[in-house]
Structures are given as C-alpha cells and as structure tokens.
Write a protein that binds this ligand. Sequence first.
Ligand code: HEC
Length: 113
Amino acid sequence: MRNGTHSNVSAAVGGIVLVLAIAFCPTAARGQDGAATFKSKCSACHGADGSGNTPAGKSLKAQDLRAPEIQNKTDAELATLIANGKGKMPAFKSSLSDDVIKSVVAHLRTLKK
Ligand code: HEC
C-alpha cells in the first residue's frame, strides 16, 4: 500500500516536471524556431530562401514569399494564412503552435529582398 501511494506521488511530480519543460522550452528556443521551422515545414515548397524555386513549389505554384504582395500583409494576416492554409498549401494549425507560427512569420520578414 505504501509503495502504491509513493509511486502515485512520483508520477504526479513527473507530470508536473514534464508540463514545465513543455511550457518553457519553446520560449527559450523561440529565436531560432522560426528559421528551423521554416526549413523543416515550408522550404520543400517555398525554398529555403522563400523564392518557391523548388520542384514542388513550381508544380504547386507556390508564390515567391519575398515579393511585396506577401511582405505587405500584416503579421496577423500571415499567421492566419499559415494556420488555415490556402489553396494547395496545407494548414499548419494542428502541427504548429501559435507561438511557433509567429516566429515563422518573423522569419518570413528576414527573407525580404
Ligand atoms: C505543400 C507545399 C507547401 C508547403 C509545405 C507550404 N506552402 Fe505556403 N504555399 C503553397 C502554395 C501552393 C501557395 C499558393 C496558394 C494559393 O495562392 O493558392 C502558398 C502560399 C503561401 C503564402 C502566400 C499566401 C497568399 O496570401 O498569397 C505564404 C505566406 C506561405 N505560403 C507561407 C508558408 C509557410 C510559412 C509555410 C510553412 C509553415 C508554408 N507556406 C508551407 C505551398 C506550400
């Protein structure tokens, strides 16, 4: 019985530590997140430089993300677009958190010509 109680307590402590780790990690890594996420989730279609100059980008007609039409959109418009997708572009709201989407938007600004 005592052992049972003990393992419940350590399971609870383990759970709290895990929650804290999840809550704090993205904040610590946010600076590089945008670039890393763009590379892993977006560059297959949009190219590492955002030009869309990739085989998938060309066949799906992914826009040049450095173009003024895109760069003139607000951060909120771009974040909504990434979350919901558009045309052949997939939605990312189920795979990326709001914070990560924001950091990807910040990365898009650095691609500007
Ligand atoms: C499977 C290929 C694919 C992936 C992966 C992809 N996109 Fe796209 N993206 C597209 C296509 C195709 C369009 C053009 C959509 C249209 O206008 O119909 C587009 C359009 C866009 C636009 C401009 C939309 C507009 O309003 O004209 C932005 C910004 C964008 N993508 C950002 C991203 C970001 C950021 C990621 C990664 C999180 C990403 N895309 C991942 C294919 C992709």
